[in-house]
Design a protein around this ligand. Structure first.
Ligand code: FES
Length: 317
């Protein structure tokens, strides 16, 4: 079985919409890539030098290449801009991790997919996977601003997927959002998979509070995309050495520790791989990772993405 790739080559790049680029990525030696499950993501080092996680949007049955679709976030940190503006066919991309925290359940009677904008990427991989298995019991509700801003429009408006897709564009409807309540009012045995802007995920969360929690799944990369200007500066105290380090708004705890020569293992730098898990002695944490379980959060922190809610944190380092 192929090992997780360390470097991929860009084989093809297409603009799906004015600000969403689609990349086909292959192995450097042209061989089959490592298997992945639908909902998986790749953590890559973007041309801006920042590490970011992007969902794979290709069919997991096809290991000749992976595909990513990335939206150029004009007001973001610069990582997505660098991917869309600077990454071209023939360039290479360093891969930090291939992981999945948005796994598809099997043997379920029905799938309801809810996606907003670029949140379609892991859902598309799931749909292609199910289609490849001959599964027909799935339906996608895909919300975007307009047809022009809808990635994969051709795919979703032609068979075999079109009959599984309901498209909702809120622009021509004065911003009116799709009303999910009739869909979720009566809990079913179906499993719901939702990925998109926080407002969409919050809405689905609110409307499915009476569903069995194990039937409702969210992918929330958006949660780690906090703009640096919304961060606060704080201090970390290293209990073993007594060192006090300031973490500025635009740096992670991991980066500050690295600059201070304090070794902490790391890989994805996007809160998904689990390698930078660090024991926490005190302080209130703004947990932004996808790794720690609720009962782990009081004593541990993923230092690549999480921050302090208060003035300081004490780490067992
Ligand atoms: S480096 Fe992967 S979770 Fe922090």
């Amino acid at each position: 079985m192929a090992a997780n790739p360390k470097t991929l080559r860009v084989l093809q790049k297409d603009m799906l919409t004015p600000d969403i680029a689609w990349f086909k990525l292959g192995a450097m030696d042209g061989q089959a890539l490592a298997p992945f499950t639908p909902g998986a993501h790749l953590s890559v080092v973007t041309p801006s030098g920042q590490t970011r996680a992007y969902s794979l949007c290709s069919d997991p049955h096809d290991l000749s290449a992976y595909a990513l679709a990335i939206k150029r976030e004009a007001s973001g940190h610069g990582a997505s801009k660098s991917m869309v503006d600077l990454l071209e066919v023939g360039h290479t991309l360093e891969v930090k991790a291939l992981a999945n925290y948005f796994e598809l359940a099997y043997d379920v009677p029905e799938y309801i997919f809810v996606a907003g904008g670029i949140g379609i990427t892991p859902i598309l991989s799931m749909m292609l996977h199910l289609q490849g298995l001959g599964e027909k019991r799935f339906k996608l509700y895909f919300c975007t601003r307009s047809t022009e801003s809808t990635p994969f429009l051709d795919l979703f408006t032609s068979e075999p997927l079109a009959s599984h897709v309901h498209l909702h564009h809120d622009q021509g409807l004065a911003g009116q959002q799709f009303d999910f309540w009739p869909l979720f009012e009566v809990p079913k045995a179906a499993h719901i998979y939702c990925c998109g802007p926080q407002v969409l995920m919050d809405g689905v969360k609110d409307m499915t509070g009476h569903w069995p929690s194990e039937h409702v799944h969210f992918e929330s990369f958006g949660a780690v995309q906090v703009a640096p200007e919304d961060n606060e500066t704080f201090e970390v105290v290293l209990a073993k050495s007594g060192q006090r380090l300031t973490v500025p708004k635009d740096q992670s705890i991991l980066e500050v520790l690295r600059l201070a020569g304090v070794p902490v293992p790391s890989s994805c730098e996007s809160g998904t791989c689990g390698s930078c898990r660090t024991p926490l002695l005190s302080g209130e944490v703004d947990h932004r990772d996808f790794v720690l379980m609720d009962d782990e959060q009081s004593g541990q922190i993923m230092v690549c993405v999480s921050r302090a809610k208060g003035p300081s944190l004490v780490l067992d380092l």
